[in-house]
Design a protein around this ligand. Structure first.
Ligand code: 6GU
Length: 224
């Protein structure tokens, strides 16, 4: 899979993909991530990419021309399955969206800044609008990093048995059960004995019960 990300602050995205699972996914050539600097696609003076909103009001609006230039130049190299605009008024991201996007070949993320992008770009070029939650970020970059991580780790072959996504929270609409590691006793706080029993059937039953209880307690909405 290729994920291309158009940004006016590409430096914000130089760190998040260079470590851990996403780093390995790129080394294995299962995932190719490119951050594209929108300012390289403007023909306006001083690399301008935004302008005042028609009708007045606070903030700046990202202009059509640099966005269309960038998109059409990238489309000469790749056909995108989705052109996704990261915006707080998009559909709220969740695990099922990550699952289905992880099966695509090429994704393009466009990070909004300022007051947003010209509505005509949204109307004519964007295929999906995604938010990562009900709060406002300074720009779409951190949201793009969140999506890239959530999607990238699900690409077949990226995770091994040890890091398998099957037991993640949300994967079956349940939160994950508690986990423990050595030592068995720390300051008198003991690991639940069932986990030390060696009885795999009992352990699975305990984990499933814990997952259900935790979900009932913390996220009853997931059980509806
Ligand atoms: Cl995708 N962008 C911005 N700017 N703020 C957000 C967001 C996205 N998702 C939640 N807040």
């Amino acid at each position: 899979m290729t994920i291309d990300i158009i940004s006016v602050v590409p430096d914000l995205l130089s760190g998040p993909f260079s470590h851990s699972i996403l780093k390995r996914a790129q080394e294995k050539n299962l995932l190719n991530i490119n951050v594209i600097n929108l300012r390289e696609y403007t023909t306006y003076a001083r690399a301008q990419v935004d302008d005042y909103p028609f009708g007045g009001g606070a903030g700046m609006v990202m202009m059509m021309e640099p966005l269309v230039n960038a998109l059409e130049s990238l489309q000469k190299v790749r056909q995108y399955d989705e052109v996704i605009f990261l915006t707080p008024d998009g559909e709220t991201f969740h695990q099922q969206m990550a699952n289905s996007l992880s099966l695509k070949n090429n994704l393009l993320f466009i990070c909004g800044h300022y007051k947003g992008i010209d509505q005509r770009f949204r109307d004519h070029f964007i295929t999906k609008e995604i938010s990562i939650g009900d709060y406002v970020l300074s720009g779409g970059e951190l949201a793009a990093a969140v999506l890239t991580d959530a999607i990238g780790r699900l690409i077949p072959g990226v995770l091994n048995d040890e890091t398998s996504a099957l037991t993640d929270s949300f994967q079956d609409n349940l939160l994950a059960p508690p986990v423990y590691t050595r030592p068995e006793s720390f300051r008198g706080w003991n690991v639940p004995p069932v986990l030390m029993s060696g009885n795999h059937k009992l352990i699975e039953e305990w984990r499933s019960e814990q997952a259900i209880n935790r979900t009932k307690e913390r996220r009853p909405d997931l059980l509806d």
